[in-house]
Design a protein around this ligand. Structure first.
Ligand SMILES: Nc1ncnc2c1ncn2[C@@H]1O[C@H](COP(=O)(O)OP(=O)(O)O)[C@@H](O)[C@H]1O
Ligand SMILES: [Mg+2]
Length: 132
């Protein structure tokens, strides 16, 4: 099992995270559409980190098991946290000047999506998987 950790501090780190996720997916044999969907979700999640939490981390790993090839990306930060996750997951809801499509859009792009948050902490985990 291999992994890479990218610190998210600047716009440039969004590109790096996006590219690394794409590369890992490609190396694991995911088709282009899945590589792109994952990369797009990672862009949104890391953009949220910069926008709402200033900084955070992105961990991209091979989380395959006996049944599935799986590329997993966890994006986390240690800033305000999301008070109402259900609201945040609704299309059009934004406390910034965004479209409010980042979280729900990301969820719809990937095969697995999990979000957890508490005051001072947010972690969003997404993955693409395919049968071996
Ligand atoms: N990492 C985060 N930390 C704190 N709040 C967040 C984070 N990510 C998202 N949010 C909250 O969830 C809302 C919805 O996020 P999103 O769907 O990406 O839409 P947008 O970024 O356009 O507002 C944001 O407006 C913000 O209030
Ligand atoms: Mg957003």
């Amino acid at each position: 099992m291999s992994h890479v950790i990218i610190d998210i501090n600047t716009q440039k780190d969004i590109i790096t995270a996006r590219q690394n996720a794409r590369d890992m997916a490609k190396d694991m044999g995911f088709k282009l559409a899945d590589q792109t969907r994952l990369a797009t979700a990672i862009s949104e999640l890391t953009r949220n980190v910069i926008q709402y939490a200033v900084k955070g981390q992105c961990r991209i790993s091979d989380a395959s098991d006996d049944t599935y090839m799986r590329v997993k990306v966890a994006v986390e930060d240690h800033r305000p946290g999301i008070p109402d996750i259900e609201k945040a997951m609704t299309y059009g809801y934004s406390t910034g000047r965004g479209l409010g499509a980042g979280l729900p859009g990301s969820k719809s792009l990937v095969h697995e999506f999990h979000i957890e948050s508490k005051p001072g902490y947010t972690k969003v985990t997404v993955s693409m998987k395919k049968k071996r």
